[in-house]
Design a protein around this ligand. Structure first.
Ligand SMILES: [Zn+2]
Length: 116
């Protein structure tokens, strides 16, 4: 499983209100009333906060009975490297207040600094 991103409900809520595409794939917004889940950047009308549940794992959200949004297609990966990119973003977000060097990121995701 990919690295879970270290954000609170409030922080994730802010990301989806801002339609921030940096967080696509890192978490999913599931709407209890519509049984649909979205990418954070989805431009559809925002659900009521009380109806929202966040998932970090697409398998979990599917298992919970939610269907992928037709508009933002959260189940579709933009490119084959997205898994790696997501891991790196999650790592950086989790370490944002610490000094991170390229080799730390490379070690974390299991590729060479050169490749990265
Ligand atoms: Zn959507």
């Amino acid at each position: 499983m990919a690295v879970a991103i270290n954000l609170s409900f409030e922080e994730m809520w802010e990301k989806i209100i801002a339609c921030d595409p940096k967080y696509d794939g890192l978490f999913f917004t599931a709407v209890k009333t519509t049984k649909i889940y979205c990418r954070p950047s989805c431009r559809s009308r925002k659900p009521k906060k009380i109806n929202v549940k966040f998932y970090h794992d697409i398998d979990e959200v599917e298992k919970a009975g939610f269907r992928a949004c037709k508009r933002c297609q959260p189940e579709v990966d933009d490119c084959p490297k997205m898994g790696l990119v997501r891991d790196i973003i999650a790592f950086l977000v989790n370490q944002y207040n610490q000094r991170v060097e390229l080799k730390d990121i490379a070690n974390h995701v299991g590729v060479s600094s050169y490749y990265l």
